[in-house]
Design a protein around this ligand. Structure first.
Ligand code: NAD
Ligand code: WQD
Length: 345
């Protein structure tokens, strides 16, 4: 392997014990990268990393550490000779962010600033950041391209994504030897097909799929559908659901792009297809083999009517596209939920 390629082989994955992070660790290890995970386990379990090792038959290094703890972060960078960072670590509950804005701004933004300061100190200048379609706010066009202007997120969580994108843009602008890739995820769902890793929300799930799986397993009585009076074919909101393994693969493809010294880039990661809440419920019912109870509730504050990606730029420039359909996403989510009725506990 030549030096150029070798420069990218050791990957620091912040938030690597979490839902998307653990699936990305699998894809990285399968692609022969060395993986170092930093996670404070505030919303995850170390068991996920044991499962990553079980799936891949490979080892990774784990530090239980907080991005707010600069001294520890410094020691990790000193020891590990990191070449590239994939930055997942952050708090992600929309509802909670409205109640705890300071905690969200501090954790997500200060955490990112600490990380970037450490990267700068140790000359690590390649980063992939987990952003979200939430930065588009109420989208100006559908499907949403990366050219679509950023909107106004309706909550502090979304604002942290919005602001971190700007911070990373300014860092790259100040020193063009940095390579920054912003990945704007649409709605990640599903699980690894082994059923060993998956989404393990704490408390009552905010998101649609984990709520549906908990109704199916008998943990919740019924699904609340937030509004059926939108201007969509069946009146319920439309989203672009994407299999978490497809998303994870997107990160490996993004590392290849960093290797081209790509500068600052933004890519949507979605399937390009929108499904309504009702369609998701019916697809899940098909997979689990029975009808699931639901009630129509009022609209949820801050929801946009429809959001789905134009993912053609990622296809053109990263050579990436989603391969799994909604049924496969539901199958894998259900398999994970059945095998782990209480998550990683
Ligand atoms: P997750 O909560 O499962 O993973 C995030 C991980 O970060 C957790 O393991 C948590 O313990 C860790 N963490 C949080 N703050 C930390 C800190 N200060 N120091 C160290 N570790 C910390 O969430 P996820 O669904 O895997 O999301 C990963 C990233 O993708 C997040 O940045 C999230 O905002 C973003 N994202 C997620 C979605 C989604 O729907 N899941 C959509 C768009 C963007
Ligand atoms: C999808 C649809 C709900 C739950 C959020 C964040 C975004 C990103 C992904 C991550 C909507 C409806 C939901 C339920 C329902 N986050 N729904 N009953 O809102 O598109 O995006 O998660 O980091 O930033 O905003 O995803 O899964 O919450 O909702 O009817 O119990 O399902 O109204 O139409 P959303 P979601």
């Amino acid at each position: 392997m030549n030096k150029k390629e070798d420069e990218f082989m050791k990957i620091l994955v912040t938030g690597g014990a979490g839902f998307i992070g653990s699936h990305t660790c699998v894809e990285l290890l399968n692609s022969e990268y060395d993986v170092v995970v930093v996670d404070n386990l505030s919303n995850s379990s170390e068991v996920s990393l044991d499962r990553v090792k079980e799936i891949t038959g490979k080892d990774l290094k784990f530090y239980k550490a907080d991005l707010l703890d600069c001294d520890t972060l410094d020691k990790i960078f000193l020891k590990e000779h990191i070449e590239t960072v994939i930055h997942f670590a952050g708090l992600k509950s929309v509802n909670e962010s409205v109640d705890k804005p300071l905690e969200y701004y501090n954790n997500n933004i200060t955490g990112t600033i600490n990380l970037c300061a450490c990267m700068k100190k140790y000359g690590v200048k390649n980063i992939i950041f987990s952003s979200s379609a939430t930065v588009y706010g109420e989208p100006a066009v559908l499907p949403i391209t990366e050219q679509c202007p950023k909107g106004t997120p309706t909550n502090p969580y979304g604002m942290t994504k919005w602001m971190i994108e700007e911070i990373l843009k300014d860092i790259q602008l100040s020193d063009n030897s940095w390579n920054v890739i912003i990945l704007r995820y649409f709605n990640p769902i599903g699980a690894h097909e082994s059923g060993l890793i998956g989404e393990d929300p704490k408390g009552i799930p905010n998101n649609l799929l984990p709520y549906i799986t908990q109704v199916a397993i008998g943990k919740r009585d019924y699904l609340n559908i937030y509004g059926n009076d939108y201007d969509t074919p069946d009146g319920t909101c439309i989203r672009d659901y994407i299999h978490v393994v497809d998303l994870a693969r997107g990160h490996v493809m993004a590392i290849n792009k960093l290797k081209e010294n790509c500068g600052f880039k933004i890519y949507n990661l979605g399937t390009g297809k929108g499904y309504s809440v009702m369609e998701v419920l019916h697809t899940f019912e098909k997979v689990c083999g029975r009808k699931l109870p639901y009630k129509i509730a009022g609209r949820r504050k801050g929801d946009v009517m429809a959001s789905y990606a134009d993912a053609s730029l990622a296809k053109k420039e990263l050579g990436w596209e989603a391969i799994y359909d909604l049924e496969k996403m539901c199958q894998d989510a259900w398999n994970w939920q059945k095998k782990n009725p209480s998550g990683y506990q």
